[in-house]
Design a protein around this ligand. Structure first.
Ligand SMILES: *Cc1c(COP(=O)(O)O)cnc(C)c1O
Length: 361
């Protein structure tokens, strides 16, 4: 069939069984004679998909009915604006930790809305680590703390979140959502563009505590108010129907894997393989992230020269390993090894890296 191992950061690989099911159902969804691409969002068949996708995500993360799962458009980038528009009320200050180009984009939008402060930044050292909880000191009157849970471009990830007490914690988990269990207690709102870990481009998944969403400013534009989505089951207007259907299939696939404990074990084993190799040849494969912040999802590294990096990416393509070029802000190499990347893909990458080292050291 000629499929490659796609290490791209997003949109990214999806599991073959999910794609095959979508293919089987494409022309005639459950005997309706219609494709999910054609079905109305008011059709019972879509309502079932919508409910089921929410149910699957809640089950995977252990969310009870105090949580709501919402589907939107606009990507994670729209959340950069929606979060302050909804929660950065006058007289309050929003706190941001800068660990990624995506955190910088997020605070930029907050500045347009109200008072936002950078309470931590690893920019001086090239965005190479995330803070330990005790490094995050919140300002008075803090509206919320915003963190970039997995820094997709830089290859960093939080493994310990701070206990912010009464201050809501809002996290951009675009690239590590559903990759491992999380301690829900800590969070008020979690958002992610689905195209990294749990679906295709075009759908954004937002999970929030219902009581946190209550009481938004009624003057907010309707489509930028979280309550609109929570109150209308994400169908106030036409939602990204086909994207939600694929999120449903993908979350079912994660449940079939044995849930997030199992998924996490697989992800740890995959990431370890690549990081072990970086640590074996540290002068050649120069890891970007500090060891305590290494992401399980995106492994970032440089080679001794730009020419070697170019050659690395080109020759990898010949081996059926694609999408390895680093984020444009950072250069170098990035291997994204999300949930859908099979262990064989990682093994093929590691074998290629061994061979490339031997030929080019
Ligand atoms: C990809 C990504 C974004 C941007 O997502 P879009 O859906 O393209 O808007 C934001 N934050 C993180 C952490 C990401 O990985």
């Amino acid at each position: 069939m000629g499929r490659v191992f796609n290490f791209g950061a997003g949109p990214s690989m999806m599991p073959l069984p999910v794609l095959e099911q979508a293919q089987r159902e494409l022309l005639d969804y459950k005997g309706s004679g219609m494709s999910m691409l054609e079905i109305s969002h008011r059709n019972k068949l879509f309502e079932e998909v919508n409910d089921q996708a929410q149910e699957h995500i809640k089950r995977l993360l252990g969310m009870d009915d105090s949580w709501v799962v919402m589907f939107m458009g606009g990507g994670a980038s729209l959340q950069f604006s929606m979060v302050p528009m909804n929660f950065l009320t006058p007289g309050k200050v929003a706190a941001y930790a800068i660990t990624s180009t995506f955190s910088e984009k997020a605070i930029k939008e907050a500045h347009k809305v109200g008072d936002a402060v950078e309470i931590y930044s690893s920019k001086a050292t090239g965005l190479d680590r995330v803070p330990r909880p005790e490094e995050l000191v919140l300002p008075d009157n803090c509206a919320y703390l915003h963190l970039t849970g997995n820094c997709t471009a830089e290859g960093l990830e939080y493994f310990e979140y701070p206990d912010t007490g009464d201050v809501p914690l809002i996290v951009d988990m675009s690239s590590d959502i559903l990759s491992r269990p999380i301690d829900l207690e800590r969070f008020s709102l979690i958002y992610n563009g689905a195209q990294k870990n749990i679906g295709p481009a075009g759908v954004t998944v937002v999970m929030a505590r219902k009581d946190f969403l209550k009481g938004r400013d009624p003057q907010l534009p309707t489509m930028l108010n979280y309550e609109t989505y929570a109150d209308h089951d994400s169908t106030y207007n036409t939602p990204p129907v086909f994207g939600i259907y694929l999120v449903d299939l993908m979350s079912q696939w994660l449940l079939d894997q044995g849930g997030l404990e199992k998924v996490e074990q697989n992800n740890i084993a995959k990431a370890r393989k690549v990081y072990d190799l970086l640590d074996t040849y540290p002068d050649f494969y120069r890891g970007h992230a500090r060891k305590d912040s290494r992401s399980l999802m995106n492994v970032t590294f440089n080679l001794p020269t730009g020419d070697l990096e170019k050659k690395f990416v080109e020759e990898a393509g010949v081996h059926g390993l694609v999408g390895l070029k680093g984020h444009r802000s950072l250069g170098g190499i990035r291997a994204s090894i999300y949930n859908a990347m099979p262990a064989e893909g990682v093994q093929a990458l590691v074998d290629y890296m061994e061979e490339f080292y031997r030929k080019n050291r």
